[in-house]
Structure formats: structure tokens, C-alpha cells
Design a protein around this ligand. Structure first.
Ligand code: ADP
Ligand code: GLC
Length: 495
């Protein structure tokens, strides 16, 4: 099969890669997709910044001597970068890190610092400069989200002279989340080194005093993808388009939705080293141990007939978690159900979950932190997983839940509606519970349905098995990216 397929050189630019730096699903995808492309035979070079939080010793970093002292200069400034490399766990791939303490030796991946635009422009320019030094001519430069979305424009301008390396390069921009656009004041234009190409920037936005990184990726990338077919449709509407729906409709032919996969090596209840016991669909006894141990560590009682609901999430408006108290408090009062929440983010949501925990100390536990091991133990120990998202480009936790025999209870939007099949109590078919309207009544209805399901052990077991049998492996999704990669250059719509 490999012999008949065109193998491509991919330069993959991203601001997160798990396990080095992650705030959410982008980190998971930027590890698993390049690894799967690599398994399929493609030559993938992944670049991200060496943030201050990355532990050099833990990850067996080596310095890449052939990429020593990379010079990047634009907008009257210059940086000298070193490049480090580390093996990507579970893969034969190495990941490249741009070392520039002046820009990256800070705790945060994203900051509100005045040079935020420079931090990610240097990532794009540094990776393109590294490709030149390596004589690595990419067939595809694959950008992800706003931090690397100016790369297609950089290839059209500053790097256009280098026909040897970039003459045959096409660009793909994957939108993981349309609502984070990388918006900067127009006065940073000279900093970008692209002031002489000001006519290529979106003119209305410039006049209004803004430069929007993501928007320019939408304008100039040869192909646009997003992370589920439903979200690809939704973002063409004003409701989900975050102000870019008109442009996305105009570029409709270039836009496709490719569902994320999940890393079966990392998320597998039969082998997961984070768990106190392992299990499979055939024998779920280890899952009971996981539940008992999780509850014990959360200092909650184990009650055989009480279902355990869970949330693992960034605490952000997108996730729709503000519905939880109104939807669940009446149920918590009259039913022994339990809820474990792991999340960090917005202060108002932290306060909200603290308050819920204070009201129901024997039923609700909230951990305000980011803890990968605990996220695995929660996926394994819970009976139900809640995702009442306002919008959800793809969502990974519902897929992890399915794999772990934890029934997802989700809002019918974006990738959630592409991955969870509604339970039908009459036929027993389905893999989870979906609700339509984003309101407390919707979430309460879905939670009550979950309670009803839990009372029917045969139906519940059937749903667990159906979920565990779903296949969301990346290898199948790679074929879809292969379809997008070789497509011809699209004509540009200039703003
Ligand atoms: P998003 O990228 O919008 O945050 P996804 O569902 O795609 O949503 O991915 C979220 C990823 O981040 C999952 O791997 C999830 O387990 C992880 N995650 C989110 N919050 C936490 C947390 N507090 N601790 C550990 N992992 C978390
Ligand atoms: C974004 C989205 C999430 C998606 C992830 C990975 O952070 O919010 O839905 O799963 O990216 O693509």
C-alpha cells in the first residue's frame, strides 16, 4: 500500500505537544497526529518553543549541533536560536524545540506579555529557517491555531525567494478552536517585519486598529481543516463563526472537517500505567477497583448504587460548566449520585465548583489543578462523564470516556455529536446521552436519563461495551489528512 502512495515532507508547527507542554487537546493532537503520519511513512518535523516549564533532563533533550545559532531577524530585531530535540514517547519521531530564553523562558505557554506576537512569529520564522538549514523542502507546512497562522503569509513574502526549499510547499491550517484568534493592536505591524506587505493584511481590520493572526491563516493557507465535520459546518454560521464565518464561507471549498483520533497507546485501560487496576470490555472488575480507589483518594464514600459523574476540563466559558449547579443541585439533594471535578482556569468557575463542593461535601469533590495522572484515573473510575459544552470543535475526553467504559453525557454540538451516539432505551442502541439546548433543563434531563440508565445494569453494561468497541484510532484519520495534503494551491482571497 505504501509504495503506491505519495509520501510527503511535513513541517508541523504548534504551540503545544504532550507530554512536553499542554493546556488542552491541541497538545494531545500535536503529539498523536505527527506520530501517526510518521507511522504511515511521511517525514514529519515538529517544532515548538522550549518553554520555561519544560524539564530538559526528564525528556532526554539533546542539542542539535547542525542547527546551532539559527539567526532570525525581522522588524528591526534579531534573535539567535538554538535547537534541541527529544524523542516523542511511544514514537520513533523526535520533536524539535526552539531555545530562545528571552522569549520562551517563562512559566506560561501563552502570556499576556507585550511581546506575545513576537514569541509565536519567531516560532514560525525559526522553524522555516531550520528547514532551510536542514535542506528539508516541505511539501506541506502544517500550522495549528492562531499562534502559527501567519506562516502562510510569511511563506508568500519573506521566504518566497527560497524556491529550492519552499517552491513546492503548500500550507494547511488546522483550526482547533476558532474563538482564540490572536488579536493584536495594528501598531505591532512594523514588528512583524511585514510592513512592506501591509497591503496583504486585511485592510478593514487594519483600519479598525487590529491584526488578527488566525484570520490571515484563513485567508492565505492553501487548505483549511478543523477537527470535526460538524464543527466545519457550524463555523460557517454567525452563531459559531466568531466573526470569521463570512470568510470561512468564502473559502468553503478549501475547508474540511477531519475528526481527531485518540492515542490508543496513551489512553488504553488495559495498559494505562496511571491506573491502580487495569481492565477490558470483557472484564470490568478492574474498573470497579479504579472507582473505589478514586473515591477513597477524593475522600468520598463508595456507595454501590450511586453513580459517579466526572468532569475533567479547562474551566472556560466554552465548556458550558456554568450549567452544572442549577442542573445538578436538585438531583444531588434527592439522589446519592456523586461528582468528581478536575479543572483549572477561570476564577468564577473555580469559585462556583468550590461552592458546589461546600454544599454537598459527601457527594462532590473539586480539584483545582492540572494533573494528567489524575485525569486518567478519573476517566477510569467514573461511571459517567459530563461535557455540557457551548461549542466543542472536537473534544477528546468523550472519546477517552468511551474507551474507558465511562458513558459520556454531552451537549449535541461539534465533535461531540460526531462521536457520541444517542442511547435509545427501546432498542438499547447507542453509546451515550446527548442533549440539544444549552440550558440547565437540558443538562438536568440528560443527567436524569443517565440515572435511569444506571438503574438498568444490563442496559448500562451494553452501553459501556458499545462505547469500548468504538474505534477512534489516528491511523484511520491520517488517510483524511493525506487527502488534504496533496491538493493544489487555492486561489487567494485578499482582504
Ligand atoms: P480542549 O482542548 O478544549 O481543552 P479537549 O477535550 O480536546 O478540550 O482536550 C482536553 C485535554 O486536556 C484532555 O486530554 C484532558 O484530559 C486534558 N485536561 C483538561 N483539563 C485538565 C486538567 N485540569 N488536568 C489534566 N488534564 C486536563
Ligand atoms: C481545541 C478544542 C477541542 C479539540 C482540541 C484538539 O482546544 O477546544 O474541542 O478537541 O482543540 O483539536
Amino acid at each position: 500500500m505504501l509504495a503506491s502512495k505519495a509520501l510527503v515532507n511535513v513541517l508541523f508547527l504548534t504551540s503545544e505537544v504532550h507530554p512536553f507542554a499542554k493546556t488542552g487537546g491541541l497538545g494531545d493532537v500535536s503529539a498523536a497526529l505527527p506520530a501517526a503520519l510518521n507511522r504511515a511513512g511521511h517525514d514529519v518535523r515538529v517544532f515548538l518553543p522550549l518553554y520555561g516549564r519544560i524539564d530538559l533532563r526528564k525528556h532526554r533533550m539533546r542539542r542539535v549541533e547542525s542547527l546551532r545559532d539559527l539567526r532570525v531577524s525581522f522588524g528591526g530585531r534579531a534573535w539567535t536560536l538554538q535547537v534541541l530535540a527529544a524523542p516523542l514517547p511511544g514514537s520513533t519521531l523526535e520533536v524539535f524545540f526552539l531555545h530562545c530564553p528571552e522569549l520562551y523562558a517563562r512559566q506560561g505557554i501563552y502570556t499576556h506579555d507585550a511581546d506575545e506576537h513576537l514569541r509565536f512569529l519567531v516560532l514560525s520564522c525559526g522553524a522555516l529557517t531550520a528547514a532551510q538549514r536542514m535542506r528539508f523542502a516541505p511539501d506541506v507546512v502544517h500550522c495549528n491555531d492562531w499562534p502559527t497562522a501567519l506562516t502562510p503569509l510569511l511563506l508568500e513574502t519573506r521566504f518566497a525567494w527560497d524556491k529550492d526549499i519552499f517552491g513546492g510547499t503548500k500550507t494547511v491550517l488546522t483550526i482547533h478552536n476558532l474563538n482564540y484568534q490572536g488579536m493584536f493592536p495594528a501598531h505591532v505591524l512594523p514588528d512583524t517585519g511585514l510592513a512592506d506587505s501591509a497591503h496583504l493584511f486585511h485592510q478593514d481590520q487594519l483600519r479598525e486598529g487590529r491584526i488578527n493572526f488566525l484570520l490571515h491563516g484563513v485567508l492565505y493557507a492553501d487548505a483549511l481543516t478543523t477537527v470535526s465535520p460538524t464543527y466545519a459546518r457550524e463555523i460557517r454560521t454567525p452563531e459559531y463563526g466568531a466573526g470569521l464565518d463570512g470568510l470561512l464561507r468564502a473559502r468553503g471549498n478549501a475547508l474540511s472537517g477531519i475528526l481527531n483520533g485518540i492515542d490508543h497507546g496513551e489512553w488504553n485501560p488495559q495498559t494505562d500505567a496511571h491506573l491502580p487496576a487495569r481492565y477490558s470490555a470483557r472484564d470490568l472488575s478492574g474498573k470497579r477497583t479504579c472507582k473505589q480507589r478514586l473515591l477513597a483518594s477524593a475522600q468520598l464514600p463508595y456507595v454501590e448504587q450511586a453513580p459517579l459523574f466526572a468532569i475533567v476540563s479547562r474551566l472556560a466559558g466554552q465548556k458550558g460548566l456554568d450549567l452544572v449547579p442549577d442542573a445538578l443541585a436538585p438531583l444531588l439533594r434527592r439522589h446519592p449520585l456523586q461528582l468528581v471535578v478536575l479543572g483549572s482556569g477561570e476564577r468564577r468557575l473555580v469559585r462556583m465548583f468550590r461552592e458546589l463542593e461546600r454544599h454537598f461535601p459527601r457527594q462532590v469533590r473539586f480539584r483545582d489543578t492540572f494533573d494528567v495522572g489524575l485525569s486518567h484515573r478519573i476517566e477510569a473510575g467514573a461511571d459517567f462523564f459530563l461535557m455540557p459544552s457551548r461549542y466543542e470543535p472536537c473534544g477528546l475526553n468523550q472519546m477517552y470516556s468511551l474507551r474507558y467504559g465511562t458513558v459520556p453525557v454531552v451537549r449535541k454540538t461539534g465533535g461531540l455529536s460526531d462521536t457520541v451516539r444517542q442511547w435509545n432505551p427501546r432498542t438499547g442502541e447507542g453509546t451515550g446521552i446527548l442533549f440539544d439546548h444549552h440550558d440547565a433543563a437540558g443538562l438536568r434531563w440528560a443527567t436524569e436519563t443517565a440515572l435511569q440508565l444506571f438503574n438498568d445494569p444490563v442496559a448500562f453494561r451494553r452501553l459501556q461495551e458499545a462505547g469500548m468497541a468504538e474505534d477512534f484510532s489516528w491511523d484511520a484519520q491520517v488517510a483524511e489528512y493525506e487527502q488534504v495534503y496533496p491538493r493544489g494551491r487555492a486561489p487567494h482571497t485578499k482582504g
